[in-house]
Design a protein around this ligand. Structure first.
Ligand code: NAD
Length: 436
């Protein structure tokens, strides 16, 4: 059992804090947003992540998990400090690590005894060295620390499962003491023989970017194949299914759609390309994945335009705003680009997401938010499905047609039955599948 502080109580910090406490550690989660901490202290979860409420409540009740804004005190009371603050994309494409640097200074100022300082945020290669320098410049003479890089691979929507039963844990640590401390932090995983990869700090930092960029590349690849399918009359779903049966390929991350979004793939591919360019390495495949993804998002807008003509004055329903189902995260979601184009061209937009309406409203307060798919599609000139929530998979085509003003639908997630749409006389399009 270790005494742990997790700094940053977002999607990664809160899940990691809850998961680490579930492993038997004593964990304090810290954030600068007081509203978030107040909610957590009232047993409320500030984000939507399936299963998170249960694991948080279980561990707070057992006094293993607590929440505070008092960073200094929690640092002083802990043996292992995890940094899990955001590292968003800056204007240049580079990862903005200013929050990591701020936190590193505070850690230095509050360092007592010997501690592990561990970065879980996704940070550019070389950040470990920089964080160590900042801590060294600010720490009292008797403060000691070992730096560890422990990138996180969880996916929003299945984050609890991913954290508690990961495929692997990567630990970049340059001393045996630091590695053994981290093994203790992850003791239940170590005991059940989850692969724990001990490597250098730089290798650990690169593993995270290399993994995310590879998955982004896989999605862009199938999205590019979807264009080809449309041109030759092939079915991308069947192509992907058959490809995925090959053990070397795997069916995961092989679903054609409107282009990847979320808080990781877009920014991490950009950050990797930026980082590589700075040292004169041309990461052609990564740059191609980025370009293909931007194109795929635009291609969806063109598809809708082909169905409706000019958007001006039309009422368009958008089903799904989150970048994927089972999350309320809308960062870089394909719906943002679609709604942006619709608003710009003067359409009236009605939108609905089971969990992400309020997050989306921060970007587009001017559109109409609905509480069900039926309310959304009512009296619309066209509808676009942008996220494959289960409740959209079971949309009754008969009711859909009766509610809409004009039966036109763009299914960017290939979840509706083409036969049903044809039988009901819809004009429709999807991604990479023949329309007849
Ligand atoms: P997030 O934006 O949801 O959360 C970051 C949190 O850090 C926020 O609550 C913010 O208030 C807090 N914070 C910022 N500065 C702080 C400070 N000085 N002190 C205390 N708290 C501070 O971000 P996230 O999605 O959880 O991602 C965190 C990191 O993990 C990023 O580097 C991201 O790339 C990486 N990551 C994210 C995912 C994911 O699926 N979201 C998966 C793996 C890795």
């Amino acid at each position: 059992m270790k005494y742990i502080t997790v700094i940053g109580t977002g999607y990664v910090g809160l899940v990691s804090g809850a998961g680490l406490s579930d492993f038997g550690n004593r964990v304090i989660c810290v954030d600068i947003i007081k509203k978030k901490i107040d909610l957590l202290n009232k047993n409320k979860i500030p984000i939507y992540e399936p299963g998170l409420d249960e694991i948080v409540h279980r561990n707070t009740k057992a006094n293993r998990l607590s929440f505070t804004t008092d960073l200094g005190k929690s640092i002083r009371e802990s043996e292992v400090i995890f940094i899990a603050v955001g590292t968003p994309q800056s204007a240049s494409g580079q990862a903005d690590i200013s929050a990591v640097k701020t936190v590193a200074k505070l850690i230095g100022e509050n360092l007592q005894n010997k501690k592990i300082i561990c970065t879980k945020s996704t940070v550019p290669i070389g950040t470990g060295k920089l964080v160590s320098e900042i801590i060294n410049d600010n720490k009292p003479p008797d403060g000691e620390f070992a730096y560890v890089s422990n990138p996180e691979f969880l996916r929003e929507g299945s984050a609890i499962k991913d954290f508690l039963w990961p495929d692997r844990v990567v630990i970049g640590a340059e001393s045996d003491w630091a590695f053994e401390m981290m093994q203790d932090v992850y003791r239940p995983l170590y005991l059940n023989e989850t692969p724990i990869i001990h490597t250098t700090i730089e290798t650990a930092e690169l593993i995270k970017y290399a993994s995310n960029a590879f998955l982004a590349l896989k999605i862009s690849y199938i999205n590019e194949i979807s264009s080809l399918c449309e041109a030759v009359g092939a079915d991308v779903n069947i192509v992907a299914k058959a490809m995925g049966k090959d053990g070397r390929i795997s069916p995961k991350f092989l679903h054609a759609g409107p282009g990847y979004g979320g808080s990781c793939f877009p920014k991490d591919t950009q950050a990797l390309a930026f980082l590589a360019e700075k040292i004169n390495i041309n990461v052609r495949t990564v740059k191609a994945a980025i370009e293909t993804n931007n194109y795929q998002k635009k291609r969806m807008i063109t598809k809708l335009q082909k169905l409706t003509g000019n958007f001006s004055g039309l009422t368009i329903g958008i089903l799904g705003l989150a970048f994927k189902p089972q999350t309320d995260d809308v960062r870089e979601s394909a719906a943002l680009e679609m709604v942006g184009a619709l608003v710009k061209e003067g359409a009236n937009v009605k939108a609905y997401d089971p969990e992400a309406n309020s997050a989306f409203a921060e970007y587009f307060p001017q559109i109409t938010y609905c509480q069900s798919w039926k309310e959304t599609v009512k009296d619309t000139d066209a509808v676009a499905i942008m996220t494959e929530w289960n409740e959209f998979r079971t949309i009754d085509t008969d009711i859909l047609k009766k509610l809409m003003k004009s039966p036109k639908i763009l299914d960017t997630r290939n979840i509706l039955s083409r036969k049903e749409l044809q039988n009901h006389g819809f004009s429709f399009d999807n991604v990479g599948r023949p329309l007849k």
